[in-house]
Write a protein that binds this ligand. Structure first.
Ligand code: MRU
Length: 351
């Protein structure tokens, strides 16, 4: 996507300089900053601090990271394996991270030089980007159907950030929205703030603003009232892991949106590439939910007098629990949008 007229991916690699570059998502929308990762330590810090985040972007980062490890350790397999093990433990819920790392690491002993390893990582990245674009092309049909029926802008609720920043390009949940906008289908997006670190209000809003797509930020508690007023036509979210019985993990708060949508008979769609599906797990109960530092609840990143500050929101002695994701049971999901099409039931999904 373009930022101020320049085309960017949110994660990319510089083969000559042996670097992975990311748009630093931790400082948006206050600063537009490119961060250079020159080692696995840089990669791990970027992932842990959510400078790069979102399931498909984590997969892309991990695929490049295995190449970076090969390049910085001159192909020494024991050191690459150590980096791989560290990498796949950085964030446990989004399966894409391990899939991206595996796509390169599983072939590492057969790849003799750095160019071959790089090409392997780039192959994974290219496949991901094509998949994300296809999600947009399939998902737009659902938006178009609503527009044809109501002949007024389609009101879409989204949670967290599932746009191009979170994916390398295009997005998962936002891909159909971009496609609708490009086709002239009028849309209006309700952007959940997404506490505690506000991926919606900071990142989704920034993306939509760049593209001139109408939106409004709402607090995470607002959607129920909007549903009562018939102001939500559909809910469109991404996923971090989709398992065999159709349950899924996504950003904390997604489950409440699904419950609300079910009660109000609002379609609840999940958009995700094949790399987010993990049929080795039977049920959502078995997905490991990442628990993050409660300081993410206590402090908020804010801009004050042109400086980025960490503002304290309450007394530091107050205990808190910071679950990063929740599980939405399959019964609340109206359809899965993947690169292969739209599937109403998990048993029909083609991978
Ligand atoms: O903790 P995050 O910001 O990495 O969580 C991301 C999400 O939950 C997204 O909704 C998910 O990855 C969807 S696909 C971009």
């Amino acid at each position: 996507m373009k930022v101020n007229g320049v085309y960017y991916h949110s994660v990319w690699a510089d083969f000559e300089n042996k670097e992975i570059l990311i748009i630093n998502q931790a400082v948006l929308p206050f600063r537009f900053e490119i961060k250079r990762c020159k080692s696995i330590d840089d990669v791990v810090v970027s992932i842990q601090n959510l400078q790069v985040r979102g399931a498909p972007a984590l997969g892309i980062m991990a695929a490049y990271a295995v190449w970076l490890s090969f390049a910085t350790h001159n192909g020494q397999l024991d050191r690459i394996e150590k980096d791989y093990r560290t990498l796949i433990q950085t964030r446990p819920t989004a399966v894409n991270l391990k899939k991206g790392a595996d796509a390169v690491f599983q072939h590492i002993s057969q790849l003799s030089n750095e160019i071959d390893v790089y090409q392997k990582s780039q192959l994974f990245v290219n496949q991901e980007l094509i998949a994300l674009q296809s999600i947009g092309l399939h998902g737009v049909r659902l938006i178009d159907e609503v527009y044809r029926a109501k002949n007024n802008p389609v009101n879409i609720l989204t949670h967290c950030n599932a746009g191009w920043l979170a994916c390398g390009d295009f997005g998962t949940a936002l891909a159909p929205i971009y496609e609708a906008h490009h086709r002239g289908i009028p849309v209006h997006v309700w952007v959940d703030e997404t506490r505690p670190i506000n991926q919606g209000a900071r990142l989704t809003a920034w993306e939509l603003y760049q593209e001139n797509i109408p939106f409004r930020i709402i607090s995470d508690n607002t959607a129920g009232q909007l549903a009562l007023r018939n102001e939500i036509d559909m809910v469109l979210v991404g996923a971090d892991r989709l398992v065999k019985n159709g349950d899924m993990a996504n950003k904390i708060g997604t489950y409440l949106k699904a419950l609300m949508a079910y009660e109000h008979q609002i379609p609840f769609y999940v958009a995700a590439p094949s790399s987010t599906f993990d049929f080795s797990i039977n049920s959502g109960n078995d997905i490991l939910i990442e628990e993050r530092n409660p300081d993410e609840l206590l402090y908020i990143t804010a801009e004050f007098q042109h400086q980025l500050i960490q503002a304290k929101l309450y007394h530091e002695a107050f205990p808190a629990l910071n679950l990063a994701f929740d599980i939405t049971p399959a019964k609340f999901i109206s359809a899965y949008i993947t690169e292969k099409g739209i599937f109403r039931n998990i048993s029909e999904v083609e991978l």
